[in-house]
Design a protein around this ligand. Structure first.
Ligand SMILES: NC(=O)c1ccc[n+]([C@@H]2O[C@H](COP(=O)([O-])OP(=O)(O)OC[C@H]3O[C@@H](n4cnc5c(N)ncnc54)[C@H](OP(=O)(O)O)[C@@H]3O)[C@@H](O)[C@H]2O)c1
Length: 296
């Protein structure tokens, strides 16, 4: 049995179909809301994951051999202003899940971010020293630490700028395409760098970590290192939209609540060597997005 916490997240939307195809394991989904998945291998618990007793009951009933945590407060600016909630979701929940994993003797996979780094000299390999500059990054780093120090069967998978075909939440690609469709100009930062990650590559890496029973830190990031502005231009070009609607701004001009690491991104060293994955670049990722859009 594999338990997926935060089963309503964008990531889980890619991970659940993959695990149904690639493993014989039944899946136990935990979410705060009703989910669209239907399969004989799936059982679902709709609970508030911040309710420790409800979480414990659900996990003790399922007795999973693996817990994958996709739940997180992912809005970087909200984390800055709603710090108690950010800590509850990004740290306390992970601490509780790690303890429960130990009790039922399950492995645990925690998903994290390149925002644990300060962005002075990315992209970063797994051995780089973390130094978060905003509360989201601080809480996610604390989540990594409680997970890795609380279990000797724990893996932490860091990723950055996810995009794909999620129906759950609009991602960066969807946001740009919607603006282009509406003919609305979009202001995109030209000084924040990352290697955008096709969400199914992340799901694939997590599936390999689970099946190969891997522990420790893994970085999952796409093959192309670009600024957000360059990414938006590539999206517009690929989908034959009006590139002139993409307008460059600096991070300082945007004046967001939380500071952003500028040169972020991740070198997927262990993912490519140990997990034997080849990360796709933007062109290939956008082809997959288009293919999925056309087959809907
Ligand atoms: N998206 C990115 O670009 C990105 C980049 C780097 C790292 N990551 C990491 O990747 C993981 C998955 O990200 P994602 O974008 O797929 O997440 P997402 O779509 O924002 O979903 C997060 C899920 O967490 C749960 N959640 C959020 N706030 C909660 C609260 N207050 N109480 C209880 N549950 C709450 C919800 O699960 P239910 O709907 O099931 O209740 C929600 O669907 C996270 O660990 C994130 O930090 C994402």
């Amino acid at each position: 049995m594999i338990t997926i916490v935060g089963a309503g997240s964008s990531l889980a939307g890619a991970l659940i179909p993959l695990l149904i195809d690639e493993t014989d394991e039944p899946l136990h989904l935990i979410s705060g809301r009703a989910l669209p998945f239907e399969d004989e291998k799936i059982q679902t618990s709709i609970i508030d994951v911040l309710d420790k007793n409800a979480l414990k009951t659900s996990i003790m009933e399922a007795m999973p051999n693996t817990i994958i945590n996709c739940a997180a407060m992912t809005s970087v600016d909200r984390c800055e202003t709603e710090r108690n909630m950010a800590w509850s979701v990004n740290v306390t929940l992970v601490e509780n899940l790690t303890r429960m994993a130990r009790i039922v003797d399950a492995r645990i996979v925690q998903v994290s971010t390149d925002y644990v780094f300060d962005g002075l000299k990315g992209p970063y390999a797994e051995g780089a020293i973390a130094n978060p500059i905003n509360y989201y990054g601080k809480s996610k780093l604390a989540g990594e630490i409680v997970c890795l120090s609380g279990s000797n069967a724990a893996a932490v998978v860091r990723t950055n700028v996810l995009y794909g075909t999620s129906k759950e939440r609009p991602d960066f690609v969807r946001w740009v395409l919607d603006a282009l469709d509406a003919g609305t100009p979009v202001r995109v930062v030209n000084d924040q760098y990352s290697n955008p990650t096709y969400i199914e590559d992340l799901a694939d890496a997590i599936s390999r970590i689970v099946m190969r029973k891997r522990s420790g830190l893994f970085h999952v990031g796409g093959a192309d290192y670009v600024s957000r502005f360059d990414f938006a231009v590539k999206i517009a070009e690929f989908f034959k939209g009006d590139v002139s609607l993409i307008r460059a701004v600096t991070t300082a001009e945007l004046g967001q609540a939380a500071r952003r690491p500028l040169r972020g991104g991740l070198v997927p060293l262990k993912t490519e060597t140990d997990l034997k994955m080849k990360m796709r670049g933007i062109e290939s990722g956008l082809s997959s997005v288009r293919h999925a859009m056309l087959s809907k």
